[in-house]
Design a binder for this molecule. Structure first.
Ligand code: SF4
Ligand code: SF4
Ligand code: SF4
Length: 257
């Protein structure tokens, strides 16, 4: 396997210009969509089959009349343990030699298991093609020596592309710098390969806790929920079984009297 590639999105550098969102649409020839009013500058409210990158806008009040704007360019995380990939029954979702996660459109049967298996709400269903779609990590570009279109278009280098280990080292250093500058809540999300879902190959530097950005604090594979559900089911079955034995013995005792 080749050295793992990654994208590092540093929200402290994002100015919300949406050049990344537009570049993604342009490169992937994704059709325009009707704007949707979200109450903020964000458009659309969520990922769609025509929006693989989405610049999110959030407001944070400090309770004393102060307001902070947070902007974050969100994308498929190309998880090391990818719920979408594990849920796909046809093998359409696969991992590339660079560690990224892709959907083979020729094999996808449109069952949408991946849509509900993604902990980040990334996968969208395309009604026209009858297939699931998401960010491809610009698979065509990176196999031709080009970086992802979104990273190339970003004027502030909020999105950076490169080898994962090198980007992670830069990200850790950047957090330290920001903390020194007074951003006490600066933190990395998905950089730790021993963390949830084995780490993300599109990881983030956030300026506040993940939930402020609509990200799960502790993303889990849906299979984790399946295990809990299974244990609960087994527990319930044991209780029913024990109940049946008690009733049987009770009746047996009365029958014998
Ligand atoms: S973010 Fe969702 S769609 Fe992307 S690799 Fe992870 S599970 Fe799959
Ligand atoms: S890597 Fe490519 S497909 Fe993914 S969000 Fe960026 S431009 Fe779009
Ligand atoms: S292009 Fe860069 S600065 Fe502009 S919205 Fe995207 S990530 Fe933010």
């Amino acid at each position: 396997m080749a050295r793992t590639l990654a994208m590092f999105t540093d929200v402290s550098l994002c100015i919300g210009c949406r050049a990344c969102q537009v570049a993604c649409k342009q490169w992937n020839q994704l059709a325009p969509e009707e704007p949707e009013w979200t109450g903020t500058y964000q458009n659309h409210p969520h990922f769609t089959d025509k929006s693989y990158r989405l610049v999110r806008f959030f407001e944070q009040t400090d309770g004393q009349g102060g307001l902070t704007w947070h902007m974050m360019s969100d994308v498929c995380k190309h998880c090391a343990q990818a719920g979408c990939l594990e849920a796909c029954p046809t093998g359409a979702i696969y991992r590339t030699e660079y560690g990224t996660v892709n959907i083979n459109q020729d094999i996808c049967n449109g069952c949408r298991y991946c849509v509900s298996a993604c902990p980040f709400g990334v996968v969208a269903y395309n009604e026209d093609t009858g297939t699931a779609t998401k960010c491809t990590f610009c698979n065509d570009r990176i196999h031709n020596g080009l970086g992802p279109a979104c990273a190339k278009a970003c004027p502030t280098e909020s999105i950076r592309f490169g080898y994962r280990d090198e980007l992670a080292a830069k990200a850790r250093k950047r957090v330290e710098d920001l903390k020194r500058m007074g951003f006490k809540d600066a933190q990395l999300y998905g950089e730790d390969q021993n963390g949830p879902v084995g780490g993300l190959n599109a990881f983030f530097l956030l300026l506040a806790k993940p939930s402020l950005y609509g990200l799960p604090e502790n993303p889990k594979l849906p299979q984790g929920n399946v295990l809990v559900d299974s244990l609960l089911s087994i527990g319930a079955a044991v209780m029913v079984g024990l109940g049946a034995v008690v009733v049987f013995r009770d009746r047996g005792g009365k029958g014998g009297a």
